[in-house]
Design a protein around this ligand. Structure first.
Ligand code: G4P
Length: 525
């Protein structure tokens, strides 16, 4: 098979949702269709439940699970599907944001009882930044959910994306009868907990009396009225608008009952894009270019503290990746070779010889790779669009064991390279502040520093509202600003200047007083 065909048959995506909407359940059903697992229950939830907050074994166990299920590759109808798992727990949102830079599209799961929840809103913001195509799956139709029209309005409003239903439910909860596919013009009748999937019943003409026979008079009447309304309110589905991230096709179903999942998967492989061209610092790279390029979007530490090696997750963007070949590590300007490369097929990892655009390769790394690094076949370009976001919680690191300063430095550096949190080093006094999205990371960091590096630390809460990356067209003005705000200036892991704002009001005031300075909330600007 040629490079072009390999690219065309790949679909690399992620599932996003608020915890408990049904991401794990849906993942499992998709894997069952792909033949990647044999029975339900094989995919462990990668969510860290609240009750496990201080249970270290639990966190470690979860880390193990999450590496095993980080990438699930499977074949379905000749399509190679790469499903990238995203942590459900909101404290690990930053990890999810980065994983979303490595996908070509997403499926968003919404609970029909709860509607659009906060975590979905945040994740959707990240999708919008990159115009990622989104398919929406409204789940748990076997429960008494909210009115479907109301749910669609909420998606449009809260997620700022247009929607277009491609299937429509006939009732919900106890009276849930099934869904009508507007795309295929067929009816799928619901039976709870079914293991097999029946083909839909073709109903080309919605006015066909067969509908009455299948769902009853009232339901048939309601469905016809709903469809008339849908066709009046929503413009025809335009696949290009979906591919540009402007409109999300919507499907309804019940993941736990394996209902609507096959239709979702069949539509997904038909609609979702194969790997697309990507921006770099130098030029746009097309996937079908012969020369290999790719970037690192995730790093996972070895579970065994005695072995420092890590697994770096590489997304192949162009050409063919081959094992035991010399590639250029652009940031370090050196040649690097991986004799041990693994693919992720379902829950197994297997050594691979080659990989194509869209594929994710696991590379064993001994400390050369950082998140955001680019590997190429010689060309000096770097992939963009893997920013750090301003964290939300900041704490100062207090070293409790002066004898272990070196270990602490090293541990902090390595944990930051893995993307566990962000480190900001103040210009004055070189004090170190760690910024995270959630409180749980501090517990993880403290534990791992002790367990893996022998360093003992404490965290002192800091009164910081946001870390803003700063720049100015006028270097003199930037210097003046840095001088006047010295106490609040730090550097990030790449040495970029950051202003540590203590409150929203104060930040606003500083922005007003220094109009020549630009304040950015992500590290890429
Ligand atoms: P998450 O990964 O998004 O956090 O959600 P997960 O799949 O773990 O699902 C959360 C809960 O919702 C699970 O129940 C799951 O069984 C249930 N669920 C998923 N899909 C459906 C559906 O279509 N209908 C209904 N009624 N429930 C659904 P749980 O009680 O938390 O766990 P479990 O004991 O069932 O595993």
């Amino acid at each position: 098979m040629g490079l072009q065909q390999e690219i065309e048959r790949r679909r690399t995506f992620g599932i996003i949702s608020h915890p408990d909407a049904g991401k794990t359940t849906l993942t499992e059903k998709l894997l069952l269709f792909g033949g990647a697992i044999q029975k339900a229950g094989a995919v462990k939830s990668s969510k860290i439940k609240d009750h496990a907050r201080s249970d270290w074994m639990e966190i470690e166990k979860q880390r193990g699970i999450s590496v095993a299920t980080s990438v699930m590759g499977f074949n379905y109808k000749d399509v190679k599907i790469n499903l990238l798992d995203t942590p459900g727990h909101q404290d690990f949102a930053e990890d999810t944001y980065r994983t979303l830079t490595a996908v070509d599209s997403v499926i968003m799961v919404i609970d029909c009882v709860k509607g659009v929840e906060i975590q979905t809103e945040k994740l959707m913001e990240v999708c919008r930044m990159r115009n990622t195509p989104v398919i929406c799956f409204i789940n748990k139709l076997d429960r008494e959910g909210r009115d479907p029209f109301e749910l669609l309005d909420e998606v449009e409003e809260k997620l700022s994306i247009k929607v277009r239903p491609l299937s429509w439910p006939i009732n919900m909860g106890k009276n849930f009868k099934g869904v009508y596919s507007l795309y295929e013009k067929s009816l799928h009748l619901f039976t709870a907990s079914k293991q097999t999937v029946e083909e839909g019943i073709e109903i080309k003409d919605i006015n066909d009396q067969e509908l009455e026979r299948l769902v009853g008079e009232n339901n048939a009447k309601q469905l016809r009225a709903d469809i008339e309304l849908i066709e009046g309110v929503y413009p025809d589905f335009d696949v290009n608008e979906y591919l540009e991230g402007k409109v999300a096709p919507v499907f309804f179903g019940s993941a736990v009952n394996n209902f609507g999942v096959k239709e979702l998967l069949d539509s997904f492989i038909r609609l979702a894009p194969p790997p697309k061209p990507r921006e770099t610092t130098v030029r746009v790279v097309k996937p079908d270019e012969q020369k290999f390029t790719g970037f690192i979007f995730k790093i996972h530490a070895n579970m065994d503290p005695k072995h420092r090696n890590r697994i770096a997750f590489l997304r192949v963007c162009s050409g063919k990746f081959e094992r035991a070949t010399n590639y250029t590590h652009v940031r370090q300007e050196k040649s690097i070779r991986f004799s041990n490369a693994t693919a992720f097929m379902a829950q197994d990892r297997e050594t691979i010889e080659e990989a194509f655009p869209g594929d994710i390769v696991g590379l064993f790394d001994t400390g050369n790779l950082k998140i955001g690094d680019t590997l190429t076949d010689g060309e000096k370009l770097m992939y963009t669009g893997i920013p750090s976001f301003s964290p939300e919680i900041f704490k100062e690191v207090i070293n409790l064991d002066a004898m272990k300063t070196k270990q602490l430095e090293k541990g902090l550096q390595q944990l930051m390279e893995e993307g566990v949190a962000q480190l900001f080093t103040y210009e004055i006094g070189k004090r170190k502040a760690i910024g995270t999205v959630g409180a749980l990371q501090f517990e993880v960091i403290q534990f791992r520093l002790k367990n893996e590096y022998g360093a003992t630390v404490q965290f002192q809460p800091q009164n910081i509202y946001k870390a803003c990356w700063i720049s100015s067209k006028d270097p003199k003005k930037l210097n003046e600003f840095v001088d006047s705000k010295q106490r609040h200036i730090a550097r990030d892991k790449d040495g970029k200047l950051v202003f540590m704002a203590e409150s929203r009001a104060w930040l606003q005031m500083v922005q007003d007083n220094f109009p020549e300075i630009e304040f950015h909330f992500t590290s890429e600007f």
